[in-house]
Structure formats: C-alpha cells, structure tokens
Write a protein that binds this ligand. Structure first.
Ligand code: NAP
Length: 228
C-alpha cells in the first residue's frame, strides 16, 4: 500500500520503518522534508525500500492510507495543511488527546479524539489504532516473543468503514501486533482511556515502558460460560 506517515517522531518512525520492511511504500509527511534532519532521518530507514520524505500535503495526496502521528495539539494544523487530499482516504489516528501535563485525556473521556478527527474530516474513513502502547513497542513488538511463548502484543483497531477495515487490520499485523477489531469508531472512547492506562502504568505506577498488553485465549474457547 502507499502510506503517508504524517509526523516522523517516535511513533511515526517506528511504524514507517515496520511498514517499509513489510514492503509498503512509505512517504513521511514532514514540515521540512528537504532539511538536514529529514536527510539523516531517511538514512536510518531500511535501504532500498520505498521510503521518502515529502511535504505533509504531498504525502497525503499520493497515499491510500494516511497515518496521523503528530501531537494532539498539532492535529488541526496538520489537517488544514492536508486540505481536501484526505477525501476518500483511510486515516489512522494514533494520537492520544493528552492534557498538557499528561495527567489524563482532554474532555475527561466523554468524547474521543478520533471521533473529533472524523468530524473535522468528514470525507475520510477514520480508524483508531496504535495509541495503546509505547513507541518502543511499536519499534520492536517481536521483542516479547521469547518471554511470551510467541504471543505478540495486541493492538485494537476501531472504525466504521467495514470495507476498508481489513486493510487497517492488515497494517496492524504488518507492524508486528496481533490485530483485533474493536468495533466502530465509537470504541475509540474505550481505546483512548486504555492508552492512558498504559501511560499511567508506565510512568506514575512505575512499571516503566518495557511492557505490553497481550490477549490470551483459552484453548478451544473452553471455560467461557459467564456473561458480562
Ligand atoms: N510516544 C509514544 O509512546 C506514543 C504512543 C502511542 C501514541 N502516541 C501518540 O502519537 C503521536 C505522536 O507521538 P510521538 O511520541 O511520535 O511524538 P514526537 O516524537 O514528538 O513526534 C511528533 C512528530 O510530529 C511532527 N509534527 C508536529 N507538528 C506537525 C505538523 N503540523 N505537521 C507535520 N508534522 C508535525 C514533529 O515534527 P517536528 O519535530 O519537526 O516538529 C515530530 O516529527 C502523539 O499524538 C502521541 O499522543 C505516542
């Protein structure tokens, strides 16, 4: 697929690198794509792969999938810069709408950032994913294989477009996670606080950033008798 990753920070670089290794064309949408920082950034990407840096709008225009990997407070400006290039595209929102002091989420968890993004870009198919774990885990999800008996970290994805959702789940798998469909975009109201839980455990509760959530299943569905 042709993927525009807007924001070449911790999350954007980890995901872009993984997708390049998986054979996708990755265009990083940057504010200064011709600057020396962009040049050295690209040198750290898989050589020979279809990776390049371009403008934010240029990357979005050429892509089938656009990944929003900028800080939450930069999202409106970034979307404005993309303009109408996002119409008809899959837009994966990885942001967490954090309060400036990281103590919680904006709006006290009543409305998800992803739903707000969908309201700002009504022509795009918005999905939420990759907000639920640290960037280190996105850089190396396979790092748990030895301790987890081959179980991969889980990554939930949600969005309303059932036709495009398999592409998004495939990208989650290509990034090294077990992809689980968490339902429509409204589920972002659950996934964003879940991302906040990871942050709180990592920082305030002292677990550090070297842990990930995984999904365990009983063999053959045994034992699942009680309802919610
Ligand atoms: N870090 C994590 O562990 C983690 C985990 C899950 C989700 N997230 C979410 O992922 C998002 C990105 O986090 P991050 O840690 O990757 O941030 P980061 O390392 O600070 O990188 C943010 C990137 O966004 C770029 N940027 C800022 N404004 C932009 C604009 N208007 N247009 C284009 N690019 C712009 C920055 O470029 P410049 O440097 O040139 O300004 C930088 O490359 C955040 O919303 C965060 O909540 C982060």
């Amino acid at each position: 697929m042709r993927i525009a990753v807007i924001g070449a920070g911790h999350v954007g670089s980890a995901l872009g690198r993984a997708w390049a290794w998986a054979g996708h064309v990755v265009m990083f949408g940057m504010q200064s794509p011709d600057g020396p920082q962009a040049h050295s950034f690209l040198e750290g990407m898989p050589s020979g792969a279809g990776v390049r840096a371009t403008s934010v709008a240029g990357a979005a225009r050429e892509a089938e999938v656009v990944v929003l990997a900028v800080p939450w407070d930069a999202v409106p400006a970034m979307l404005r810069e993309c303009g109408d290039t996002l119409a008809g595209k899959v837009l994966i929102d990885v942001t967490n709408p954090l309060k400036p002091d990281f103590s919680g989420l904006e709006d006290d968890y009543h409305v998800s950032g992803a739903e707000r993004v969908a309201g700002w870009v009504p022509g795009a198919s918005v999905f939420k994913a990759f907000n639920q774990t640290g960037a280190e885990n996105m850089a190396d999800p396979a790092g748990y294989a030895a301790v987890a008996g081959g179980i991969r970290p889980v990554m939930f994805a949600c969005g309303d477009d059932a036709v495009r959702k398999p592409d998004v789940l495939r990208l989650v798998e290509d990034a090294g996670f077990e992809a689980v469909d968490a339902g429509g975009l409204e589920s972002a109201r659950l996934l964003e606080p879940y991302g906040m839980l990871w942050i709180r455990l990592a920082h305030a509760q002292g677990l550090g950033r070297s842990f990930a959530f995984a999904l365990l299943r009983r063999p053959n569905g045994q034992g699942g008798t009680s309802g919610s």
